[in-house]
Write a protein that binds this ligand. Sequence first.
Ligand code: NAD
Length: 268
Amino acid sequence: MVNRLANKVAAITGAAGGIGLETTILFVRENASVLMLDISEPALEKALSKVYELCPEAKTSKQFIKTMKCDVSKEADIKNCIESLDLAGGIDIMFNNAGIMHSEDDDAISTSEKIWDLTQAINVKGVWFGCKHAVLSMRRHKKTKGSIINTASMVALVGAATPQLAYTASKGAVLALTRELAMVHARENIRFNSLCPGPLNTPMLQDWLGDDVQKRYRREVHFPMGRFGEAIEQANAVVFLASDESSFVNAADFVVDGGMTKAYVTAE
Ligand code: NAD
């Protein structure tokens, strides 16, 4: 399918990484204009080349693809990036997707305050800033169909005895703030939904697991479908949530996890 996002302007944070980059590619294929935001400029450059390689037609179409360096934990960065879209008529879709899972994040005893604060600053405050400036842009431009999607995680819904307490708490906060904003802005027709991915085959998790067989086994035994998810499987869900096809989907914890949060005993 194409054109599901025609004439829409989107911003994606964490756009140089797994889910963000796959979502950028699908948004471009569906004819949206996309502002790719990430903290890493070299990664953004590489990501943009990949988008053009896979979507060469975007070079000559009227849609635009732009990149901007943005640290989502800094409000001035987000504000500046979103306001740069005023020239393009403002934003229709905001995908607040950037997040970190720090290797020193652990249980209540071992996690340092520094790691806790860093995780909340990016994963929670960054989502708040993204929501705030997207709403302001949608209001400035009198948008009547806004869609804001915030990446949470399956770990916001189920407990794990392999703790990453700061990360889990941050994703629970994303679910709660998204639900509340969905109620606040529903009559303006700005929809808010959370994406809750299961464990994925992206560098964020795979680099962390490395070749530690025991660490992997502790997780893989719980996968109903017997595999990690792929970033594109999340991106497909995001396209739906971003498009007018999901016009009555609001305040959802949109779970894309291969059934993991519904599992008791998985097949052998
Ligand atoms: P990734 O590490 O591949 O991509 C994350 C991107 O965010 C990177 O490009 C990174 O540079 C960027 N980023 C980090 N800090 C930033 C900041 N301060 N400002 C702007 N950009 C910043 O990870 P991914 O797997 O694509 O994860 C994307 C989202 O999905 C994250 O919010 C993550 O928590 C969530 N998630 C991932 C998994 C998984 O298994 N990978 C599972 C559930 C949820």
